[in-house]
Design a binder for this molecule. Structure first.
Ligand code: DGL
Length: 268
């Protein structure tokens, strides 16, 4: 049967974050969906979203969505826990395309924990969102959730200063370990880039949970269900937009071993 969606199928997947964090999701999407074109939007000028209020986060998420829609994206991945937990309901209401979001993976952690205690490291904006509060309250009946705001981590990551996060990570994670958590949920897409450093700080029996792969799988599932997959990827491309330094983005892509693609500076 002929697919009426043929021109839509070739359209790119749009991904946005407050900056470079969503590249952890982008990397998973590129490896799960190699035939797709990708447009990644790093709103680094406005980072960190985690310290902004709900209205500001919604306004920035709308701005990013409009930018990606103007470039013809067929689906948008909100590769930011802070934007998802504060704004995805508004985006879904306002725009008639599929949105994939990411929130701290506390449910998988709840299923896995043996100690009955899990830790969540996330931004203030995520931890204080109604969505996170209601989801975490549902689980609190059966387990203890220790939440810590990862203050200042995003700023350092945006500057490429990954090693400099170590003292802060120590300060945030060691108390969780001392309280007996056996699963630590990384509730911000910037944090997976810190996993090698985190691993050095915490005992081996503690599992680090990051939902990048789950988001990529969900993107595949939604595109497949809607028959919007690009079956032949001959003309696919990856383009990164930033409203901050192209050099920083370039260096970061190299550091996290992501294919470079086209990098475009644009004020947005
Ligand atoms: N990477 C984002 C997240 O997943 C936002 C970080 C920030 O800008 O504060 O929450």
């Amino acid at each position: 049967m002929k697919n009426n969606n043929q021109h839509i199928n070739k359209c790119p997947i749009g991904i946005f974050d407050s900056g470079l964090g969503g590249l952890s999701i982008c990397k998973e999407i590129i490896s799960t969906l190699p035939n797709e074109s990708i447009i990644y939007l790093a709103d680094s000028v406005n980072t960190p979203y985690g310290e902004k209020n709900k209205e500001e986060i919604i306004a920035l998420s709308i701005k990013n969505t409009e930018f990606l829609l103007a470039l013809g994206c067929k689906i948008i991945v909100v590769a930011c826990n802070t934007a998802t937990t504060n704004a995805i309901a508004v985006l879904r209401e306002k725009y008639n395309i599929p949105f994939i979001g990411i929130e701290p993976a506390i449910k998988p952690a709840a299923l896995q924990t043996r100690s009955g205690k899990i830790g969540v490291l996330a931004t203030k904006g995520t931890l204080s969102s109604d969505l996170f509060i209601s989801n975490s309250n549902l689980l609190r009946k059966q387990l203890e959730i220790i939440e810590v705001e990862g203050a200042n981590l995003v700023r350092l990551i945006e500057n490429g200063q990954l090693e400099e996060t170590k003292p802060l990570l120590k300060q945030y994670l060691i108390p969780m370990i001392e309280q007996g958590v056996d699963n630590i949920v990384l509730g911000c897409t910037h944090y997976p880039f810190l996993i090698p450093i985190i691993r050095e700080l915490i005992p081996n029996h503690v599992t680090i949970i990051d939902s990048g792969k789950a988001v990529a799988k969900q993107t595949l599932a939604v595109l497949s269900e809607k028959k919007m997959l690009n079956k032949n990827g001959q003309e696919n491309s990856t383009t990164y937009y930033t409203n901050n330094s192209v050099e920083l983005l370039k260096a970061f892509l190299k550091r996290v071993e992501l294919e470079e693609g086209a990098i475009i500076f644009k004020e947005f």
